[in-house]
Design a protein around this ligand. Structure first.
Ligand code: RVP
Length: 498
């Protein structure tokens, strides 16, 4: 190699965005951006595919905010597909494939299913999926707990005839029917009386509450799911597609490897799978991004070692500072017309705009989201303060088989390591401050981004990318950027000292 030393690598703290002339009204700023070739999000935020960040609750909350969650893959394919299912059945205008119950099920079953799917009532169907009644968990109240296991659904349900709608009913007609009959649920049936959908008042109201939400073509929330290249990878991918996943994320620490590129290529050429959007990653160079472009990926994810919990750069000596990595990868991706995702290393809301100016169209976040209410882990109290666990998918805990089987090892190319003692971790375990509901955190992140756009003078993300320019800074400047020469007495909701 003639030039052994590539150019200087820069990351978020090495740069600031130059302010530009602005004649905008902050209210007209639009954060819509492309996640993949075909999917657009109103908010360019993705929650990381990590077992302390994204399961169904987080994915639902992210999609409601206008972003998307990527379900982690450190669980069996059945469990992961079930999580997809939970998201796809939540808060939709019309639920095309509602959860149902049979007449012979018990009230105990009803209670369990309602809890699992966070719904308060279920249509009752016979073996041919014909609607025979409806039951809600209100009906449970009239039966003593001791009798739940023996009382059948058909003893307590409201039987047909019910107020129902036709399959193709419009939103307006449905609203009128629900109002007129003061009902909370409207089952939809086909000409043979088979259940074909369900509309609930609650979902209609939520639709108004989350105008930004990320919906698929059928009005269901969008969700992504991570896959690998090892073992049951192909079966996992096809099962997730059957469960309705919108985007698959081929997810490894180093995506520029043949096995993963082959999976992406196969997903994008097989007639059974090619309709689904596929993100490839992670890469940190132009060549890496080009390899995914050539494999047919619908977006490329960038990040080699920037993550807050990641030790890859220290353990292996490999990596590229994130702003440079994003910029380099975007040169290949832009030429091919596919978007880049900047994954990991974002510590403050200001880093989002920096990532976008460097060439990304969306960002993936772990640590800044791990502390929200909707992340999978429990709140822990330490010295009277609240925290949530956050760990790398390459940490010993995530890769070892302590407790249950780990599916995380192939992310770090150690799938065939059988003994826990032989694992070479590339991440750490820790905790982050508890931050309350995602909506509040997302508000600050999106607020920070729209302020950046206003300061740069960009109304849209493409305009931000085009107009945005960096100034490189020194460590003295970084000190100046943070609060200094003051003892901070009140914490701001969007600032933490590093
Ligand atoms: P951060 O937002 O800085 O916490 O980074 C999150 C990202 O870090 C993830 O999306 C993933 O790409 C990466 N990661 C996850 N686990 C590990 C690890 O153990 N090294 N790294």
């Amino acid at each position: 190699i003639p030039d052994k030393f590539a150019s200087l690598g820069l990351t978020y703290d090495d740069v600031l965005l130059l302010p530009g002339y602005s004649d905008l009204n902050p209210a007209e700023i639009d954060t819509t951006s492309r996640l993949t070739r075909e999917i657009t999000l109103k908010v360019p935020l993705i929650s990381a595919a990590m077992d302390t960040v994204t399961e169904s609750r987080m994915a639902i909350a992210m999609a409601r905010q206008g972003g998307i969650g990527v379900l982690h893959r450190n669980l069996s394919l059945q469990d992961q597909a079930y999580q997809v299912d939970l998201v796809k059945r939540t808060q939709t205008g019309i639920i095309s494939n509602p959860v149902t119950i049979g007449p012979d099920a018990t009230l105990e079953d009803l209670d369990r299913i309602c809890g699992e799917y966070r719904v308060s009532g279920l249509p009752v169907v016979d073996r041919d999926n014909r609607l025979i009644g409806i039951i809600t968990n209100r009906d449970l109240r009239f039966t003593p707990l001791a009798e739940w296991a023996t009382t059948k659904v058909d003893e307590m349900m409201t039987p047909m005839p019910l107020i129902t709608g036709d399959v193709g009913i419009s939103r307006e007609e449905a609203t009128l029917l629900l109002r007129k009959h003061k009902r909370e649920r409207l089952p939809l049936v086909d000409a043979d009386g088979r259940l074909a959908g369900l509309i609930t008042v609650k979902d209609f109201v939520k639709g108004e509450q989350f105008p930004q939400a990320s919906y698929d073509g059928d009005g269901r929330l969008m969700v992504g799911a991570a896959i690998g290249y090892f073992g049951d990878a192909w079966e996992r991918a096809t099962t997730l597609i059957e469960a309705g996943v919108d985007v698959l994320v081929a997810d490894t620490a180093h995506g520029h490897v043949r096995l993963l590129l082959d999976i992406v290529k196969r997903l994008k050429t097989d007639p059974a799978t090619r309709h689904v959007q596929v993100i490839g990653g992670n890469v940190a160079t132009r060549e890496g991004a080009q390899a995914f472009v050539d494999a047919g990926a619908d977006a490329v994810k960038v990040g080699f070692g920037p993550g807050s919990i990641c030790t890859t750069r220290v353990v292996t000596g490999c990596g590229v500072p994130q702003v440079t990595a994003v910029y380099e990868a975007s040169l290949a991706a832009k030429a091919a017309g596919i978007p880049v995702i900047a994954d990991g290393g974002l510590q403050q809301s200001g880093d989002i705009a920096k990532a976008l100016v460097a060439g990304a169209e969306t960002v993936m976040i772990g640590s800044m989201l791990a502390g929200v209410e909707e992340s999978p882990s429990e709140v822990i109290f330490v010295n009277g303060k609240q925290f949530k666990a956050y760990r790398g998918m390459g940490s010993l805990a995530a890769m070892s088989s302590r407790g249950k089987k780990s599916y995380s090892k192939d992310r770090y190319f150690q799938a065939e390591v059988t003994s826990d003692d032989m694992i070479v971790p590339e991440g750490v375990e820790g905790q982050v401050a508890y931050r309350g509901p995602l909506s509040a955190v997302a508000h600050q992140l999106i607020g920070g981004l729209t302020q950046s756009m206003f300061y740069v003078g960009a109304r849209t993300i493409p305009e931000l990318q085009e107009k945005g320019r960096f100034v490189r800074i020194t460590s003295a400047s970084l000190k100046e950027s943070h609060p200094h020469d003051i003892q901070v007495t009140a914490e701001a909701p969007n600032y933490s000292a590093r």
